[in-house]
Design a protein around this ligand. Sequence first.
Ligand code: GAR
Length: 192
Amino acid sequence: MALLTGSNRINIAVFISGTGSNLNSLIKFSKLKKSPIIIKMIISNNYKAKGLQFANIYKIKKKVFDFKNTLSEKKVIYELKKNDIHFICLAGFMKILSRSFIKNFKGKIINIHPSLLPKYKGLNTYEKAIKNKDKYSGCTVHFVNSKLDSGKIINQKKVKINKFDTPETLAKRILIQEHKLYPAAIIKALSL
Ligand code: GAR
């Protein structure tokens, strides 16, 4: 069922582990007049995550949990429900969520991944694409299910791999595309 009806906005939480450049782009997207989302919470498994600074800058509630066991996840679920969160965006969140966590937000968790899924699930996607002499890499936004990087694909963007690309140069170009792809994916996911 589409979450988006009429002009209402959806309360979302963004989960991060690191720099938070995707979070920053989603915050900017949330501030557009016709944006369908309100970012109500930023959640992290890493209290040193650089991206947590955006919580302070934009006055968004932030919480850190270790996500190490079911109890920790239960606390996250409690917090999300308490804050009326209806949709979760994983943005560089490097923890695998349990089956039971996902069940609590069935069809309402999406993730961005730096490869053209189903190719190169998991880590080191840039290295793998370069090593295999792929012509293209890119990024994918997909629904999260209990298998790693395997849920239904929402959208993708191809990025050409150049002859002299290193994992770092490729990552930089893909990230620029991620910042455009994620907002578009949210609009699509909310209207499905
Ligand atoms: C992004 O490239 C994102 O696709 C990737 O981590 C980076 C986070 O950057 N996510 C994954 O690898 C998840 N499997 P950011 O913190 O600057 O948004």
